[in-house]
Design a protein around this ligand. Sequence first.
Ligand SMILES: *Cc1c(COP(=O)(O)O)cnc(C)c1O
Length: 376
Amino acid sequence: MNPTPSPTYRPTWCEIDLGAIEHNIGQVKSLVAPAVKLYICLKADANGCGAIQVARTAERAGVDGLAFGNVDAALECRRAGVSLPILLYPNCLPEAAPVLEANGMAASLSTAEDVDAWGAHARSCLQVFLKLDSGGLRAGALPSQAVEVAAAIARHPRLVLAGVYGHSLATYGKTVEGAVEHQVSNFQKIVTRIEQAGIAIPMRMFSSSELILSHPSADFDAVDPGRLITGVEFPSIEPRRRTWRPAFVGLKSRLVMKKSLADVEPHGSAPPFELRPNMTIGLIPFGWSEGYPRQIGSDATVLINGRRVPVLAPIHSELMRVDLTDAPEASVGDEVVLLGRSGAAEVTVEELARQWGTSSFGLFTRIGRSVTRRYV
Ligand SMILES: *Cc1c(COP(=O)(O)O)cnc(C)c1O
């Protein structure tokens, strides 16, 4: 079932705290009423934490379902033995219907054309969610069409309506005053219209991370947080204040080479960086192809033996240099901390995000999947 992973020899890895995932799931459960179902959104490989490991943890922690933005990632999770119900956000063609049916996955439908096409490919009984467009003008039925699409699903002999869901635009930081309230009441209105048309809705879902903490009135029958589960923080109203633990706790490597440039001779071309007197450099097997920024500022540092060591530009695709001139004790094999603690020093998520010119969320999703995830 679980083949032993091949040993890896390149010493560059991330550290993921699955205890934090479990803690954060418990916190969400403590916020919503016991009847409210909890779907965990595992987009972007669970924000870089590893979808399969996070799914297994979520299953043990008693969540009700998973949501994926990539059908192949969802299938990988199934093959790894995760048996929870799976909701797929729109991402594949109707030809995939039999695969979804065979693997207990529900598709997201938005239009009357979707209903025809998915219905035509379904074998016997395909679970589908009707997605509503909350103003993002992305996937989802527009308010004027929602009842008609719901009715088409309900009529179809091989489609089963598993639920209706929406997603707030607040998560994109473009919110104007009152926009979320408007989206929530619109969702409620459309759901009511569908029910008034005689169509039963088994599950109504709207809130993800941000709204769970700010709009308790939008809990409905289920919520589907993603980032919050991996410990990304959002503003919260008082009764929904809790502690959240980051799951992504380390990004580390080891020095694979140390070299003195004290007697470097002119090569006929300019050196790639400014040489210092008696300079010593070290090499780290990590680079821009796996997420490190190609352009760095003067604040780019790593920790070695509790000491801050400057990173030297240019960064290479799978390799980078550090300046060890002021860290003479550093030697090959020493741990290099890009994120996390080293002795008394620490690089926090916020600091690394600043160094990389991104958000904490953007940080974890850009670290390549080729970097080993170690679960601590
Ligand atoms: C991404 C996504 C989520 C999860 O959003 P978070 O802000 O990470 O909680 C939930 N629902 C839908 C439809 C999404 O696309």
